[in-house]
Design a protein. Structure first.
Length: 178
């Protein structure tokens, strides 16, 4: 798999250091509260597992499966909820956990969808933020890394369901996905 990468963007050590910093920030912000971390599958699963362990607050977790990419490399713009939340979120503090904030279409849709359920608050944490590709008006409250417009894989992020198991984040060579 390493031969399919142009470069390593974030090493295992760099990822863990940043996740611990995000966990510390969320811990400060949510003292005395019990946030519900909502993971957007599949890409968030490794990041979210590490993130909740880095947070020193009582919390709960749930997951959604949302699709806007299919097997391609760009968002179709049409958001489809494949698996919804398992519990009522009214009055709860929600932290949406996403692997990458790209166009923003999915997160914009999800945030509006959840706001209609009357939570106490909604914040977004993303491992990777790619602002150059943003088409929707959405920003993350917590950002692991801001990245240029490159196709990244590893640490949960994929290309055609592959590369998720890389312990670091790498930039995929264009000839792999062209």
């Amino acid at each position: 798999m390493r031969e399919d990468l142009e470069t390593i963007f974030a090493s295992e050590e760099k990822l863990q250091e940043r996740v611990r910093a995000l966990g510390a920030q969320i811990t400060r912000d949510y003292q005395g509260k019990t946030p519900l971390f909502v993971g957007v599958l599949k890409g968030c699963f490794i990041f979210m597992a590490d993130l909740v362990r880095a947070c020193d607050v009582m919390c709960t977790v749930d997951f959604m499966v949302v699709s806007s990419y299919g097997d391609g490399t760009t968002s179709t713009g049409a958001v489809k909820i494949v698996k919804d939340l398992s519990e009522n979120i009214e009055g709860k503090d929600i932290i949406i956990v996403e692997d990458i904030l790209d166009s923003g279409n999915t997160l914009s849709y999800l945030k509006s969808y959840m706001e209609a359920r009357k939570p106490a608050s909604i914040r977004i944490v993303t491992l990777m933020d790619k602002p150059d590709r943003r088409t929707a008006d959405v920003t993350a409250d917590y950002v692991g890394f801001e990245i240029p417009d490159a196709f990244v894989v590893g640490y949960g992020l994929d290309y055609q369901q592959k590369y998720r198991n890389l312990p670091y984040i790498g930039v995929l060579k264009p000839e792999i996905y062209s």
